[in-house]
Design a protein around this ligand. Structure first.
Ligand SMILES: Nc1ncnc2c1ncn2[C@@H]1O[C@H](COP(=O)(O)OP(=O)(O)OP(=O)(O)O)[C@@H](O)[C@H]1O
Ligand SMILES: *[C@@H]1O[C@H](CO)[C@@H](O)[C@H](O)[C@H]1NC(C)=O
Ligand SMILES: *[C@@H]1O[C@H](CO)[C@@H](O)[C@H](O)[C@H]1NC(C)=O
Ligand SMILES: [Mg+2]
Length: 317
C-alpha cells in the first residue's frame, strides 16, 4: 500500500502554494514602484504640516516652498519645470526641505527611483572629466524623464559644480515644449548651495542688532543683499552662467542662520527620532557646547546650524 497524505495536509500544502504565489504577485504588482498615482501623489496638507512642524526658524523658506510646490503640482499644464534654488549657511535645512518635498510627492520619498540626488563633489569630482560628466548627465536626465515625467532632480553643492556642467542642464529648465521627443515640464529641479550664505547672515544679524523679530525679515530684504553679493560675483559657479539672466530659476529660497533656540528644537526632535524621550536638560548641555557667532558673550547663530546635532547628541544621552 502506498503512503497517502491525509486530505487535510494536501489542502494545507495547496493553500500554502497559493499563498506564496499571491505574495509574489503582491510583491511585483504592488510593491514595485511605478510612475503612477499610486506612487506619486502630492499631499498639500502633508507638505504644509511638515514645513510648519518639522522645519524650524525658516519662515521665508517655508512660505515660498509651499506656494511654489503647491502651485506647480496643482497646475494641469505647467509651462516649464519647477526650478528652485535654495541658499544659506550650513546646517540650516536645505537638504532637509528637499526631503520634505520628496516625501510629500513620492510615496517612497528620497528612496523613490524617480528622485535623483547629485552631489557635485562626489558625482562630478574631476574637472578633467567634464565632457564625460556632461554626456552622462544628459543621458540620465533624459532617460529618467522618459520613464517618468514627474521626476525630481536635486543638485547638491551647486556652488562647486563646474559652470559648463550647469550650462549643459539649462535646456531642460527652459520653456521648450519638448526636447527630442521628451517633455520636461512636469519635472522638478532643486539646486542647493551655500552661495549667498554670508549675506543672509548679515541681514539676519542686522535685524538682531536693531532688536527686530526675525520673523519680520522679508524675502525682499534678503534678495537685495543676495543680488549685491552673489549675483554680481562672477566667481561663484552658479552665477557664471545665464541661469539668472534667462530667468530659468523660478524661486530663490533663502535659509536663515539658526539661533540657539532652534538648536534646542532640533535637539529635542532628534532625540525623539532616535527613540528617546526628549529631555531638555540633555539637549541644553549639548547646545551649549556648540559653536556660535558671538556678539560679546551672546550666542547668536549656530556655526553648524543643526547639522552635527544627530552625532553630537550621542555623547550627551
Ligand atoms: N531649519 C531646520 N529645522 C529642523 N531641522 C533642521 C533644520 N536645519 C537643519 N535641520 C536638521 O539638521 C540636519 C542637517 O541639515 P541639512 O542637511 O538640511 O543642512 P543643509 O542646509 O543642507 O547644510 P549644508 O549647506 O551643509 O549642506 C537635517 O537632517 C535636520 O535634521
Ligand atoms: C497627507 O498628510 C497628512 C498630514 O501629514 C496625513 O495625515 C495624511 O494621511 C496624508 N494623506 C495621504 C493621502 O497620504
Ligand atoms: C536615472 O538616473 C540614475 C542616477 O540617479 C542613473 O543611474 C540611471 O542610469 C538613470 N536612468 C536612465 C534610464 O537613464
Ligand atoms: Mg546640504
Amino acid at each position: 500500500m502506498t503512503a497517502r497524505m491525509p486530505p487535510q495536509v494536501t489542502l494545507l500544502l495547496v493553500g500554502a502554494g497559493f499563498a506564496a504565489l499571491g505574495a509574489t504577485y503582491w510583491h511585483f504588482y504592488w510593491k514595485k514602484e511605478v510612475c503612477n498615482a499610486n506612487w506619486i501623489n502630492f499631499n498639500k496638507t502633508g507638505l504644509k504640516h511638515d514645513l510648519k512642524k518639522k522645519l524650524f526658524g525658516q519662515h521665508i523658506a517655508a512660505k515660498v516652498i509651499l506656494k511654489a510646490v503647491t502651485g506647480f503640482m496643482e497646475s494641469k499644464n505647467p509651462k516649464k519645470p519647477l526650478v528652485l534654488s535654495l541658499h544659506g549657511w550650513t546646517g540650516t535645512g536645505k537638504n532637509f526641505v528637499s526631503q520634505i518635498i520628496a516625501e510629500n510627492i513620492y510615496k517612497k520619498g528620497m528612496t523613490s527611483s524617480f528622485v535623483h540626488l547629485f552631489t557635485a563633489t562626489s558625482h562630478f569630482p574631476h574637472e578633467s572629466h567634464i565632457n564625460e560628466y556632461k554626456t552622462q548627465l544628459h543621458k540620465w536626465i533624459r532617460g529618467n524623464v522618459s520613464i517618468c515625467p514627474r521626476s525630481m532632480f536635486i543638485f547638491d553643492e551647486m556652488d562647486k559644480m563646474h559652470p559648463e556642467l550647469i550650462n549643459s542642464i539649462k535646456p531642460y529648465l527652459d520653456f521648450y515644449n519638448n526636447l527630442d521627443g521628451v517633455s520636461y515640464r512636469q519635472s522638478i529641479f532643486i539646486f542647493l548651495s551655500n552661495a549667498g550664505g554670508e549675506s543672509i547672515v548679515q541681514v539676519a544679524l542686522h535685524f538682531w542688532e536693531l532688536g527686530r523679530d526675525r520673523r519680520e525679515i522679508q524675502l525682499k530684504d534678503i534678495e537685495m543683499a543676495l543680488s549685491l553679493s552673489v549675483f554680481n560675483n562672477k566667481n561663484s559657479g552658479l552665477w557664471h552662467t545665464s541661469l539668472i539672466d534667462k530667468n530659468l530659476v523660478d524661486y530663490f529660497v533663502p535659509f536663515l542662520p539658526l539661533e540657539y533656540r532652534h538648536v534646542i528644537h532640533c535637539g529635542l526632535a532628534e532625540m525623539a527620532r532616535k527613540g528617546h524621550f526628549p529631555n531638555k536638560n540633555v539637549v541644553v548641555r549639548m547646545a551649549r557646547d556648540l559653536n556660535y557667532f558671538l556678539k560679546g558673550y551672546m550666542r547668536i547663530f549656530s556655526m553648524q546650524g543643526c547639522k552635527i546635532i544627530s552625532s553630537r547628541l550621542d555623547f550627551y544621552i
